[in-house]
Design a protein around this ligand. Sequence first.
Ligand code: ADP
Length: 505
Amino acid sequence: MSRRVPLGSTAADLDAAIAAFVGELGDVAVVTDGDALLEFRDPYTYRESDEFDASAMVMPTSTEQVQAVVRIANEHGVPLWTFSQGRNNTYGGPAPRLRGCVLVNLRAMNRVLEIEQELAYAVVEPGVRWFDLFDALQDAGGGLWPSIPDLGWGSVVGNSLEYGIGYMPHGDHASHVCGMEVVLPDGSLLRTGMGAISGAKAWHVYPHGFGPSVEGLFKQSSLGIVTRLGVWLMPRPECYASCWVRVSGYEQLAEVVDVLRSLMLDRIVENHPMITRGLEVDADGNPYLDPMSETWHGRFALYGSADLIDAYHRVVEARLAHIDGAEVGRRNFDGDDGDGPSNHDERVQRGIPDMDFLDERLLPYGPRTGHLDFSPVGRCLGREVVELQKLVRSLYEKAGHPHVGGICLAPRSALCITTTFYDTTNQAQTERVYAAYSEMVREVARHGYVPYRTNLQNMDVVADQLDFGDHALRRLHEAIKDALDPKGVMAPGKQGVWPAGRRDR
Ligand code: ADP
């Protein structure tokens, strides 16, 4: 494979930067071999496509090395693209938006730096996976539970920065980040919030700071590389109850959403309920996809003492009782039940990571399967959730693509996650799926909806929809980008934000 030189740089720039990276990190930590880099392609784009190939990869092991990498990138005008684990596959995995970027792979920075039992938080480096955080918390006595996403192989930092979700009370991961250390685009180091003072005491406990808060600037962002992050955790409750409600049809779905919203706003249900359609399990416990299914499987949890959970569940049952055909149930677990529950739905609401979810994602075409998630954010009102479901369904039908989905609820918002599957070795099919996705983005935008994150192919398309005030948000993003990253070396094109030098590409 020939070396990919990033647009706006020359082969000489790249060679000089690579020599400097080797000088700083050693040659084992710098990968330039084309075959080795194949593993770091966008896993769900057409298998043979080189559209998002990197030119090289560096693997720093310390904050100082990350700073050195960024300084070298500036010196030689070579852009970087960072990942922590690079497992967020439906959004590009480890691959860069701009072909030829040098990957900054942070997997080797994988220490859990601190576990604070009394204040219920941990501090992690970017390479720490959900599995690692869980293990560290168990080793520390199991008195704290993390909120986790469906797959345990991703990183706490990457997922939280991307607004990833989990299904515990602190499942809005980005909102439970507190205190970051960030390498800025000029290579200097920033500590956010109360971390701005040397010897800070309240860095990971107080979410604001003195003056304007800047932490949001580093989420879904091309303005820095996060090298350390505080994350809030949940003290182990006495008991945990995994609850479910199953209904058929849109009318019933709307009622379930309204009841769950009332339970969340009343703080009876404190986690993030998930309602799925099209993901089924047969009598032997094997998962299968049924895109035509009209059945909605709702899952949520209760936490607290046994008495409290019984009382809460009586309220839950009473509010769901009037819904036609609703099946309601629960399973109770002691908080200190060592092994915990045995199935994924029950484990993920208890903070125990696994990889089970991947099995059903590979069902259609085995290891060749790609899937695209199209996930607009709506309001947590039954009638509007159903309207959005019907709209999205009509768009998939128009494109002729079957889909399955889930609705992740918060007290006020509803994330409408939908997934279609394809064979990544089939170029025509893969390209059709991405083209239909772009059209879906444009169509839901006409109704006032925007996806909460997106794949590399569609970052510009989504950003283009944010048109209020003649694209006021884009202008602000670009002004900040140009001020902090004048050479445009950090993640060019991330979320549709391009640096001045590459804006007219
Ligand atoms: P995961 O850990 O879930 O596998 P990734 O490592 O792929 O997630 O990260 C997802 C995205 O988040 C990356 O594409 C990148 O844009 C951003 N990101 C990840 N880690 C960092 C970091 N340490 N600093 C800044 N941005 C990051």
